[in-house]
Design a protein around this ligand. Structure first.
Ligand SMILES: [Zn+2]
Length: 98
């Protein structure tokens, strides 16, 4: 499933997107067919970054065997984190930038 443009409801192919700007921790992209600037819902964007960070942190803890008695817990938490990030990437709501 691909995200759809909130303004014209067309599906968004990531390969079609040419213009991207970064505002703080948020990305805004220009949808080429209707020239609408869109971004991922801010709450979802934060959750997505959190999920990716969880995977990163728990992986590092496991690689360096820090608190290795919790390695199974870390793996589980990291897995859940990346699943959340993936779900948001595919199903997250986009909104137009005002
Ligand atoms: Zn559009």
């Amino acid at each position: 499933m691909k995200p759809t443009c909130p303004s014209c409801q067309n599906k968004i192919n990531s390969t079609d997107i040419k213009n991207t700007i970064k505002k703080g921790m948020f990305f805004e992209v220009e949808y080429p067919y209707c020239q609408t600037w869109i971004r991922l819902n801010k709450t979802l964007e934060v959750l997505k970054k959190l999920g990716v960070s969880l995977l990163l942190i728990t992986s590092l803890l496991n690689i360096f065997s820090i608190k290795s008695e919790y390695s199974l817990v870390f793996s589980t938490v990291g897995f859940v984190g990346i699943i959340i990030a993936i779900i948001i990437t595919f199903f997250g709501k986009h909104e137009t930038v005002k």
